[in-house]
Design a protein. Structure first.
Length: 174
């Protein structure tokens, strides 16, 4: 049997960044330090119909309600944790718990050195804080996606991330 020569993408090549700055002056910090899993659940919304003439029902996808759950050990040197912990500590709700994330397909480098990316508005839901006695202190939270993403491209130079939405020139960045 022939050996497959697939070029599989590694999980470590799908980056999520959290904006710890403002929408006008974003500061993108890498999310996931001390997290064992960080997966976007698409949560498709469906409608199923079946009439008396059918033996099999038909299901349509009517939308999505994506979310990304995070559970990680607390690290006081993690700027993403500091941002999230402020939401926890002050029990922020409604627009005070809004933020932005940037998902970057680092596994799909483009010829100009950029990567396909999606900037997503989110509400940040604190799920848990603590853990069992022998384990490190942990925090669990969920990024609930708000609306549709803004697609574009990201560049990463010396650890600094710049996002340019589709249709804008590289001088107009956010």
């Amino acid at each position: 049997m022939a050996v497959s020569n697939e070029n599989k993408a590694k999980r470590s090549e799908y980056y999520t960044f959290l904006n710890t700055g403002t929408a006008a002056a974003p500061t993108w910090v890498r999310e996931g330090k001390f997290a064992s899993e960080l997966t976007a659940q698409m949560n498709p919304q469906t409608t199923t119909v079946q009439d008396v003439t059918q033996d099999t029902a038909e299901t349509d996808i009517t939308g999505y309600q994506p979310s990304m759950a995070v559970s990680k050990s607390v690290s006081k040197t993690d700027p993403a944790y500091e941002y999230i912990n402020d939401i926890r500590r002050h029990r922020k709700i409604l627009s005070d718990a809004y933020g932005q994330i940037l998902n970057v397909d680092v596994f799909d480098k483009q010829s100009d050195g950029s990567y396909p990316a999606e900037r997503q508005d989110v509400s940040i839901q604190i799920d848990s804080f603590g853990g069992s006695a022998p384990d490190p202190l942990s925090i669990g939270y969920t990024y609930n996606y708000r609306g549709d993403p803004v697609t574009g491209k990201a560049t990463i130079v010396n650890g600094k991330v710049t996002f340019t939405p589709d249709g804008e020139t590289s001088t107009a960045k956010s």
